[in-house]
Design a protein around this ligand. Structure first.
Ligand SMILES: [Zn+2]
Length: 157
């Protein structure tokens, strides 16, 4: 059995973290609504400190900003016009780090799920990802079948 971390406790703990970004909250909220529990946040014991991970099930979720992590063919992955050398180096370091963490995790039997910020903005796309990748864990399928929520920008946590 996995240790279930009370979501309220992890919410409290995560509040003091600067990594407590809004896209991550939206993913966590959806996982919670789907009845998927037992995750840890920014777990330091595995490569890459995945944003959300399920140690017992060996599932790691990375939530990547399209700009910083260079989402392929994404309109949000723009290239700054000045200091281009700096940005190119910065981006390639980020991508190399992501790739390394992913391969280290996969080599030790983890399933790695990457969710991009632009996908989180569309609740339907996000739900499809969770459904596809973690469908076997979903306890509340009714929620997953619900209509898309157009209130992305209004969602308060
Ligand atoms: Zn994107």
């Amino acid at each position: 059995m996995d240790k279930i971390t009370p979501s309220h406790r992890s919410w409290n703990m995560s509040r003091i973290s600067s990594k407590d970004t809004k896209p991550e909250m939206i993913v966590r909220k959806l996982l919670c609504e789907s009845g998927i529990k037992g995750y840890r946040l920014h777990w330091k014991k595995v490569p890459g400190n995945p944003d959300i991970c399920f140690p017992g099930r060996k599932i790691a979720i990375f939530i990547h900003g399209c700009f910083w992590h260079r989402h392929g063919n994404c309109k949000d992955a723009t290239m700054p016009k000045s200091n281009t050398d700096f940005w190119v180096r910065k981006f390639s370091a980020n991508m190399a780090r992501d790739k390394l963490a992913k391969s280290e995790l996969e080599n030790s039997g983890w399933k790695v799920i990457t969710i991009w910020e632009c996908e989180i903005k569309n609740r339907e796309i996000l739900k499809n990802i969770i459904h596809k990748e973690m469908g076997h864990l979903i306890k509340n399928d009714e929620m997953m079948a619900a209509e898309p929520n157009p209130d992305y920008n209004k969602q308060s946590i």
